[in-house]
Unconditional design. Structure first.
Length: 117
């Protein structure tokens, strides 16, 4: 399985963006998809995750109420809808997947989100 992230860009504070993460290969091996981000000079941090089969969704406290994850199984694509963006959301966003009972082990190339004040 390979992951291709897209949808990043420049947006003003308060605006919205939707990131996509397309999985190629055999996504049947995916148990969950996650989103992480890394801001300049900071460590990579968890943003959100969801089970690929549906159900459990987790969000970092910093994005709760503003970001929403979803997926289209037929398109083998996950989404991160980001609203009410803040300058502190500026980062490279990565999608990742993991098989059942395992850690995040497959990463997309990252897509840059820049939020201007």
């Amino acid at each position: 399985v390979q992951l291709q992230a897209s949808g990043g860009g420049l947006v003003q504070a308060g605006g919205s963006l939707r990131l996509s993460c397309a999985a190629s290969g055999r996504p049947s091996s995916i148990a969950a998809m996650g989103w992480f981000r890394q801001a300049p000079g900071r460590e990579r941090e968890f943003v959100a995750s969801h089970r690929w089969s549906g159900g459990t969704i987790d969000y970092a406290d910093s994005v709760k109420g503003r970001f929403t994850v979803s997926r289209d199984v037929a398109k083998k694509t996950g989404y991160l809808q980001m609203s009410s963006l803040k300058p502190e959301d500026t980062a490279i966003y990565y999608c990742t997947t993991r098989p059942a009972y395992s850690n995040w082990n497959l990463w997309g190339q990252g897509t840059l989100v820049t939020v201007s004040s």
